[in-house]
Design a protein around this ligand. Structure first.
Ligand SMILES: Cc1cc2nc3c(=O)[nH]c(=O)nc-3n(C[C@H](O)[C@H](O)[C@H](O)COP(=O)(O)OP(=O)(O)OC[C@H]3O[C@@H](n4cnc5c(N)ncnc54)[C@H](O)[C@@H]3O)c2cc1C
Length: 553
């Protein structure tokens, strides 16, 4: 922890130096001693200390200064460091002003000048005040602080990006912290742009994009080389497995990931059916281990970059990125997975991130402790979500279109949900809208059998209603089925004996798309298993197909 600060302010340099010297002698080993000759400069320093999260233990301030009295200065700095002890240095003539400020600024002590000898007249008083301060001081958080509003979509995205990339941060609700308001309001602008992210080095970002945030915290966002043996698009389980095998077998491998490694699996609270983890494993733990493993073998990872297109420049393939840059490669593995399908209910857009969430949003669990939440959907991911939130929420209501959970959910989850007292399952219902002022308050439902409309109260709705493949970036570049999933190997439509437009004198390899040297694995591939193990298996197996292909070019 940075040493707490004791700050003295006096316009008379002689007095200021004397105070500083006495403070340094007695407190210099435990506290940082700062001095300032002008009230305005002192306020600036106090603000910077607050921005950095450095606590101020005490202000010793002269009462009679030009432009601003000591009492006025203490009023200002108190807003920034409410726990700091406040001492006024007064001449005998100012005693009355000091006494009357005891109430105004909750003055802790007034010290008559001169205070010599300090062993008798200064240190005993300050020791006492500092011991009081230690009793109430909040231990400052020294990492990244995200300041914003729970009901803001941009704050939600920033938290999601940091949590997904395993970057620890402290969330501070702006409305509840008056000291932080003093710091953040001038930075946030008017109307305020949130979140304001405060970094331990004293810098800040206002409503940053994922890429700005990634660059600031040192996450790599640009490829180091112009050319690779293998580029993998998407770092979910399939892409991570391809990276581990590709890099461990000597290929110069680059992974490109738009948000955070782990993909859908990374958002799962507990994966219980993945081989080798009898007690289950959290998706974020699995993602972190796999990312470390891929990196250890030398795979490079670029995050906060979306691949937006792919081009063929035989014998090479060129991947285009969202920042306009391009990277070339001999072979590509497409592992973009799927994204949650949109519900498109009334009121949804305006409440996204303000109580309405797509997917698990596990890091929001604490926000909804002891409140009522709903889960929209009835398949495995919805079941896992319901069980996870039931540990925090007062009540979880599952809103399911089918007549029972067994239609689309594994039996072990159905049984677990039946045994969980605070989960209620409403079947044969459809969500028609979300409403609330500034944050979700009510969900409108229609009963599918009777057509009857109904509204239930909910502080949050987590939507898990199936998925659509993320294949816009390869439109026109590789063959897809009518739902957009990428066709590979034997599934490619044939014209005579070979796939349409295929000019090589061989059949496509397993997992190879209609473009030679471009492979597709995991959930994005037509006919894939839509499970973590299946994605990992395909990602691993495709690397031997990549080797076969590389022998031909
Ligand atoms: C909540 C939840 C719980 C689940 N629980 C289980 C379970 O218990 N057991 C089980 O076996 N399966 C489970 N699944 C399914 C499993 O997670 C998926 O089958 C698996 O993650 C698929 O892996 P993937 O790598 O193919 O795709 P994904 O996991 O979807 O990963 C794709 C990655 O590609 C990135 N990406 C997409 N497009 C681009 C682009 N253009 N540029 C850069 N990056 C891009 C995405 O950001 C994402 O990180 C669950 C799914 C969910 C949502």
């Amino acid at each position: 922890m940075a040493r707490p600060v004791i700050m003295s302010v006096d316009d008379d340099p002689e007095v200021l130096n004397a105070v500083e010297r006495d403070l340094r002698v007695h407190y210099g080993s435990d506290y940082r001693i700062l001095k300032s000759g002008a009230p305005a400069a002192a306020i600036d320093v106090a603000r910077q200390l607050q921005e950095r999260g450095t606590p101020v233990a005490m202000f010793l301030v002269d009462q009679r200064m030009p432009g601003m009295s000591g009492t006025e200065l203490l009023t200002e700095v108190r807003k920034l460091h409410p726990d700091a002890r406040k001492v006024l240095l007064t001449a005998y003539a100012d005693t009355q002003a000091a006494i009357s400020s005891i109430n105004d600024v909750e003055l802790d002590y007034y010290l008559l000048k001169p205070w010599h000898p300090p062993e008798e007249r200064l240190y005993p008083v300050l020791d006492d005040l500092l011991s009081d301060w230690k009793g109430v001081a909040r231990v400052p958080y020294e990492g990244i602080r995200v300041v914003g509003s729970t009901w803001s979509a941009t704050c939600y995205s920033a938290k999601q990006f940091l949590a997904g990339n395993h970057v620890p941060y402290q969330w501070i609700e702006l409305e509840r912290d008056t000291a932080i308001q003093e710091v953040v309001r001038p930075l946030a602008g008017d109307p305020p742009q949130l979140p304001v992210i405060l970094f331990p080095d004293g810098t800040h970002l206002v409503a940053p994009s994922s890429r700005q945030l990634a660059e600031k915290i040192g996450i790599q966002t640009r490829a180091q080389l112009a050319f690779y043996d293998l580029i993998i698009v998407g770092a979910g389980p399939a892409g991570l497995a391809a990276a581990v095998y590709g890099a461990s077998e000597g290929l110069h491998t680059l992974m490109i990931e738009e948000s955070a490694t782990g993909g859908q699996a990374g958002t799962s609270s507990r994966i219980e059916n993945y081989l080798g983890f009898p007690a289950g494993v959290s998706g974020s733990d699995l993602a972190r281990r796999a990312t470390d493993q891929a990196r250890r073998f030398g795979a490079e990872l670029v995050t906060a970059q979306e691949a937006v297109g792919i081009r063929r420049e035989d014998p090479y393939r060129v991947v285009q990125l969202s920042d306009g840059s391009e990277v070339s490669t001999k072979a590509v593995v497409l592992a973009m997975g799927v994204s949650v399908r949109q519900l498109n209910a009334a009121g949804e857009q305006s409440l996204l991130g303000a109580g309405v969430y797509y997917g698990a949003a596990l890091f929001e669990a604490a926000t909804y402790r002891d409140q009522d939440v709903s889960i929209v959907g009835g398949a495995n991911s919805a079941g896992q979500g319901a069980l996870f939130f039931s540990r925090y929420a007062r009540k979880v209501t599952m809103l399911v279109r089918a007549e029972s959970l067994s239609r689309a959910m594994s039996q072990y989850l159905v049984d677990r949900i039946a045994q969980t007292k605070n989960i209620e399952v409403l079947t044969r219902v459809e969500v028609t809208g979300f409403s609330g002022s500034g944050k979700l308050e009510k969900i409108a439902l229609r009963k599918l059998d009777s057509g009857e409309e109904q509204a239930i109260g909910a502080a949050a709705a987590f939507i898990f209603i199936g998925a659509a493949p993320r294949t816009d970036m390869v439109a026109g570049a590789v063959e897809r089925d009518d739902k957009g999933y990428i066709l590979t190997g034997p599934d490619l439509p044939l014209e005579k004996d070979r796939p349409k437009g295929w000019l090589l004198d061989r059949d496509p390899y397993l997992y190879e798309t209609s473009t030679p040297g471009v492979f597709a694995v995991g959930d994005v591939r037509a006919g894939s298993g839509k499970r973590v193990a299946a994605a990992v298996g395909e990602g691993s197996a495709t690397v031997s197909m990549v080797h076969r292909y590389l022998e031909t070019v």
